[in-house]
Ligand binder design. Sequence first.
Ligand SMILES: Nc1ncnc2c1ncn2[C@@H]1O[C@H](COP(=O)(O)OP(=O)(O)OP(=O)(O)O)[C@@H](O)[C@H]1O
Length: 651
Amino acid sequence: MAKCVSIMEVQNQPKKTSSLANVRVVVRLRPYMRKDDLKQQGPCVRGLDSQCLEIINWRNQLETMQYQFDAFYGEDSTQKEVYTESIEPILSNLLNGQNASVFAYGPTGAGKTHTMLGSPEQPGVIPRSVLALFRMTQAESSSRNYEQCDISISMSYLEIYQEKVLDLLEPKNQDLPIREDKEKNIFIPNLTQKTISSFADFEQHFIPASQNRTVACTKLNDRSSRSHAVLLVKVQKREQFSPFRQLTGKLYLIDLAGSEDNRRTGNQGIRLKESGAINSSLFVLSKVVDALNHGLRRIPYRDSKLTRLLQDSLGGSAHSVMITNIAPEHRFYFDTLTALNFAARSKQVVNRPFTRETIQATALAPLKRPREETDTNSGSNVLHKKKLKTEVEEESLEVERSPEAKGSPEVKEFSLSNLLKKEYKNPAVAERLEKLNKMFLKKNAKGIPLLSTPKRERQALLKVLEENQQEIKELKKRQKELEEKTLAAEALLHKSRSQSDLTVGDKENTFKIGCQVATSCGPRKQAIVFPLQVCNRVASTQEEGIPLLMREKQKKDTVEGNENEQGWDINMRVDMLEKGRQKILNVLNIGTLKELKCLQMIGDKKAKLIIGWREVNGSFAKVEDLQKVGGFSEKFIASFLKANILTSAAC
Ligand SMILES: Nc1ncnc2c1ncn2[C@@H]1O[C@H](COP(=O)(O)OP(=O)(O)OP(=O)(O)O)[C@@H](O)[C@H]1O
């Protein structure tokens, strides 16, 4: 609040350092206009330094009241000064996904529109900020980050006129509702949003829209704003690679209508009505500031459209700058005093800026985009046209959910993006991909979904997947052929048996199929080949003496919580098993390099290691002695035995 000091008192106050999150409050004093000072009383307010000003105390002409703000701009201050010192520093936050807002407040005729908009000769905060944003995005584009991000800028422009929210870009004379999403973001459905790719583009939309703003002549200002004008500039930065983060920063540039003392404005009729709406919304604004300062539970944001819209700027998440414009003439004295007191109170308002980041097109992406996104005019042309068709854009497609998946958090997690649906129409591949995704999530403690891996890696994985499928197909084919051969051989055997008079009696018949041997003796024994699809252990069909390749159903891995892929197991007669082992041991002890390499899982390197060990240490007593050779683990030997024993026993 103001502090009364004697005019003679030398003041040299310590300057307060304002926190970053505090609303930055600056005051700008309009140049004194002699023609407006009917009684030629001279200015009633003057600046003291870059932060302090003093105003006459109306109760005691010998005293002044001094105020200190984050910055004070005197009559000689330029548009550039105001912009460079107070506005430019907050703009960089937009590229980091944070919001910023600048609003000009003050009595009518004090210079709000001049400060925000300016003139072609003296451009104000709005044109300078938009230009700076384009420069910043260009600088970002030419930096190394360019390859990783797309940046787009869009704009919306509205006015609050007599408590109605009106679109200035495409005027429809329709009061637009103000809404709040789950993340407490304020947005206006159906408000026109135009993508702008250059400053010229911005001007093309902004200049005609500004003509749509309601202004009128009053006794205090020839072109008095009769509404609060809000320009919204949205900067979106999208990553091209996983995790496809999207940062959205919004900049609100607000030129408020001035508070009006209708005894002096001479307002009547419609002007009086407008003035009533302006004053009441500004009154709610001061109530909001007071409620925030007193830490009240209920902040009356909803009491006016203006405060509802400024919710983010005051006590919200934006980096906010409030420019309080004041006029030096005596006839504005009480308006100036009110404005200064309001500004001083606003200094205490603390905002909590945070980064607005969304993740696009991952398995965990939101199922429904925030309404705000869908309500805009979808003009998502990206600044850099070349990059328009990048995978980021494609992958930022909304994630859909099948009807049966509704309500299932698991399915929610593994939903495929539209991109994947489009790219891989084969349902089998999609299904495998989901399974892989599931497996990946299970194995990965951090839960990073496969679908969020970069496209290149994902494509490689998909290729492997398709190759595996191809392999399975071929295996199935070969299996079928084997089955057919077995049946044919069996039929042949049966035929020859029935043709002969079976004098041979119990003579053993042997036939070979590939590398597998089925012996036929006594009661006829069958080689049973299970189709790959049949996974159950069929104990009843297992006959002694026939090596069977069994596939166990859902074999549990010993690693906690991990379900192993279905595993293969061997069930053989003990003597055959021993025979197989002996054969392997034989090859290990006397086999040449070539013979060793014929063993499953033994390559050139391992074969050489075995020969080297043999030369130094002599023979292996048992297959497990392979462990003595460096590089053969117990687990490896077990798998090695499994892989070779059947073949060795059979040959
Ligand atoms: N810093 C300044 N330097 C020069 N002229 C200024 C300055 N500030 C304001 N003016 C002039 O003062 C007049 C009133 O300013 P402006 O229209 O910006 O006031 P306002 O606060 O927006 O008023 P209202 O609330 O009625 O719209 C204009 O003619 C404007 O050019």
